[in-house]
Design a protein around this ligand. Structure first.
Ligand SMILES: Cc1ncc(COP(=O)(O)O)c(C=O)c1O
Length: 434
């Protein structure tokens, strides 16, 4: 019997003794009053067996065979030439922007257009790489960035737009691509919330020069923590790898790491221009890097999660549909919907509280839901410029719709860990409040 099979057997026997410690079983027995998490790992024994087996079998344990295989399979599934796994979606954004700056020789102070409303680690890597974030407000009808404002913010210094569709819900990508093509500006995708979302039948990342993804437990597939940078330009991914792997030039991963002469076949060569002896390429540093490598176990889990992707996508869509149905019967709340042409792989369901008053408002509803055991989330930072970390970057009042998000918008999960029974209960709790 293989190690994997023995591990599976052990998990099954533990499960029959203590099913309560397995959240994916406890969820099936959910009863009113028990917590409803907005998301969480949609796992079964296969992910746990893969994780444990990778620890038992691993030759290296840090990014190795499993991570490399996951990078290959992820690229195949989502239509990229190459991918690099890192330890989070935020790290993916950081090394992706660093790699793009290096590849295109962008200068300090060059501008990247980004939405004023969203997740902070879409914005931070722009600043951390000495580029300038130029903010645009959102359109309150779909909560996505206002495409007309993007055009107005383009200057000779604009190098790219860094897009992150709200909770995975696409805006009109054709309009954006037409504009960017006419101005020769790159499209970078923060795809952390929108893995699997499509516009006119194609993944949103199809025309991106590079794209990032997160595998935090709230996201479509999870490796506990983890992230990916992907591109059809292999050099950009190699540069991202250098940034994530201490800055080193060598790009051998997984089994390639054991090749005495490296995948390039010239590991020991005259790599340094001011040193006329051979040096090991693994110790040649081409950029000032970080260490953002994932451990190999995360790759092993990712490989199993990829197989569930279609099921997860469909469940997220059907949960969104049911939530919309339940919420449409409640006066005063608006559930944001997808545009014609979009097939959204929902990260969460954005809800607009329409008639805020002193006593009845979004915050009080959210508190009521939380007290009833139902997790909710803010639409991330709302207007990022209102937060202390960004106080020097601009006047938040120039982005009134992003500010309105703080007052009026929250989201509820639609991940497959949420059942139809739970959704109906969420509706009951809201009706009770209103
Ligand atoms: C749009 C967006 N970008 C980046 C991130 C960061 O991902 P991670 O939590 O894996 O660092 C998130 C996190 O949820 C996100 O929603």
């Amino acid at each position: 019997m293989s190690i994997n099979e023995r591990v599976e057997q052990l998990i099954q026997s533990l499960q029959s003794e203590r099913s309560d410690i397995f959240p994916y079983l406890a969820n099936n027995n959910w009863q009113k009053g028990r917590p409803i998490y907005y998301s969480g790992p949609y796992w079964d024994n296969n992910e746990i067996a893969a994780a444990i087996t990778s620890l038992l079998n691993g030759n290296w344990l840090s990014a190795g065979e499993n991570v490399r295989q996951f990078e290959i399979e992820f690229s195949k599934k989502f239509g990229f030439e190459k991918s690099l796994m890192v330890n989070s979606g935020s790290s993916a954004n950081l090394v992706m922007i660093a790699a793009l700056k290096e590849y295109f020789k962008w200068k300090d102070g060059d501008e990247i257009i980004v939405c004023a409303c969203g997740f902070p680690t879409t914005v931070n890597p722009i600043i951390q790489n000495s580029l300038k974030p130029v903010f645009v407000d959102i359109d309150f009808s779909d909560l996505n960035w206002d495409l007309e404002q993007i055009e107005k913010k383009i200057t000779p210094l604009t190098k790219a737009v860094f897009s992150s569709p709200v909770l995975g819900n696409p805006y009109n990508l054709d309009l954006l691509m037409d504009l960017l093509k006419s101005k020769n500006i790159h499209y970078i995708a923060d795809n952390c919330d929108s893995l699997g979302s499509k516009w006119q039948g194609e993944y949103l990342t199809k025309n991106a020069i590079a794209a990032s993804c997160s595998f935090y437990p709230a996201h479509h597939i999870t490796t506990i923590e983890g992230g990916m940078v992907s591109s059809n330009n292999e050099e950009i991914v190699s540069l991202a790898r250098s940034f994530a792997w201490w800055g080193r030039a060598c790009y051998c991963v997984g089994p390639q790491n054991y090749l005495p002469n490296g995948v390039c076949g010239k590991r020991f060569s005259r790599w340094l221009k001011d040193y006329d002896r051979d040096i090991d390429h693994k110790y040649v540093f081409s950029v000032q890097g970080y260490n953002l490598k994932p451990i190999d176990m995360l790759g092993a889990i990712g490989l199993v999660q990829l197989e569930k992707f279609e099921e997860i996508h469909l469940k997220r869509r059907s949960n969104k549909e049911r939530l919309t149905k339940v919420f449409s019967q409640i006066e005063g709340l608006r559930v944001v919907d997808e545009l014609k042409g979009a097939e959204t792989s929902w990260f969460g369901v954005p809800i607009v509280y329409q008639n805020n008053s002193e006593t009845k408002n979004k915050v009080n509803l959210v508190k009521h839901l939380e007290q009833s055991g139902i997790q909710t989330r803010n639409y991330f930072a709302g207007n990022v410029l209102k937060h202390p970390a960004y106080s020097g970057l601009g006047d938040p009042s120039e982005f009134p719709n992003a500010s309105k998000v703080l007052d009026d918008v929250f989201f509820i999960g639609c991940s497959p860990v949420i059942t139809e029974e739970m959704i109906d209960y969420i509706g009951e709790v809201i009706v009770d409040y209103l």
